[in-house]
Design a binder for this molecule. Structure first.
Ligand code: ZN
Length: 366
């Protein structure tokens, strides 16, 4: 990490911007408008929001920062909500959704007393563009050709999906895991640094990592991706699903373990889930939002002719709908993290919820 000191965005952003030449600024506006927008949102944030550059990635001759923004309680006992976007550079809508939520939060910080009171109880950390080099190049992988979501040191227990599950053959093919002997890629090391500093020792942490490109409908995936058997904290995931569905019965997310779809090597959230939950008594639940992009294509088959059209809604009204429709989920996760004591299962409820989870998600898989 290049800078550990948390600055206000008013201190951090101008330095980043002034290091760029006019040509580099033009290139960023064209090829990475999400970064320009993120800097604008952060520049308008009040001083209670802090900002760090975790890492800088150079592509061609443009250097792009990986930003981390924080707001909320500084108590090490406060629960945490971690939001991540842009792990896959092609899935720009993931970053845009996280930035849209951050913009909403920043706007409300100026007047919303309820939000202020909530932030006394919970800490928020946001990494809206984890893979800015890949996004600049409009490719899934990072600039080294590594799929960041296949790059963690964890191996699938059963047969993984061919290629899609992660491959060691070549960075020219998709789903390249990288060279495990070299350690994780710089973007993932930056994220790991955040997770190690932020989560262990907390009573509760929730992460949402926003992706797109798989399936007809919006899905929420939880670990594992490397094995079919349930994770130890499965009762907590079931409890979260139940309070979500009681409060938002008309929402249409499918809530499932990733292993129901396919097994992969090197899944980041499997790795972080194991690391954090092994370390203490707290509960850390990492979720992945997979925005279903196939319906964007079905409604507009011409999108197939553009690579970014496979992963992002290109029609303005569909794009706006994607940007607004996930805000309630993210608000819910913030509230659920802040009030985890009131729904996280106590010891005596755990076995019942675990049994329900197994019946619901794992029985037919054997
Ligand atoms: Zn993705």
């Amino acid at each position: 990490m290049t800078e550990l000191r948390a600055l206000t965005p008013h201190e951090a952003i101008p330095g980043e911007q002034s290091a760029r030449s006019g040509r580099q600024r033009r290139l960023l506006r064209t090829f990475l408008p999400e970064l320009v927008q993120l800097e604008r949102v952060l520049a308008e944030a009040p001083a209670s929001v802090t900002c760090q550059v975790l890492e800088r990635v150079t592509v061609n001759d443009v250097t792009v920062p990986i930003y981390r923004a924080d707001v909320g309680s500084d108590s090490p006992q406060a629960p945490v909500l971690l939001l991540v976007g842009g792990v896959h550079g092609l899935e720009r809508i993931g970053s845009q959704v996280v930035i849209a939520w951050l913009a909403n939060l920043v706007a409300r910080l100026r007047w919303d007393e309820h939000l202020q009171a909530l932030l006394d109880k919970v800490h928020i950390t946001v990494l809206p563009i984890l893979n800015p080099g890949g996004m600049y190049l409009n490719q899934r992988s990072n600039p080294n050709g590594v799929d960041l979501m296949r790059n963690a040191p964890i191996t699938a227990q059963d047969r993984s999906a061919f290629l899609l599950g992660g491959q060691k053959l070549s960075p020219r093919l998709p789903w390249y895991t990288g060279d495990p002997a070299q350690g994780m890629e710089p973007e993932n090391q930056a994220l790991e640094g955040v997770i190690r500093e932020l989560l262990p020792g907390r009573p509760f942490g929730l992460a949402l990592d926003c992706h797109s490109g798989f399936g007809w409908q919006d899905q929420i995936w939880f670990p594992y991706a490397y094995r079919r058997r349930p994770m130890r904290r499965i009762a907590s995931v079931m409890a979260l699903k139940l309070i979500w569905e009681q409060a938002y019965p008309n929402h249409s997310y499918r809530f499932e373990p990733q292993s129901r779809h396919y097994l992969t090597h090197g899944d980041l959230w499997d790795y972080f889930y194991k690391q954090v939950n092994r370390a203490g008594d707290g509960t850390f639940i990492p979720l992945t939002l997979e925005m279903g992009s196939w319906r964007w294509i079905r409604k507009r088959p011409r999108q197939l002719l553009r690579l970014d059209g496979l992963f992002n809604p290109l029609v303005p009204h569909r794009h706006q709908r994607a940007l607004r429709s996930h805000l309630p989920l993210m608000d819910f996760l913030l509230n659920a993290a802040a009030s985890h004591r009131h729904w996280l299962p106590a010891m005596e409820d755990e076995s019942m919820l675990r049994e329900a989870a197994i019946m619901h998600w794992y029985r037919e898989n054997g």
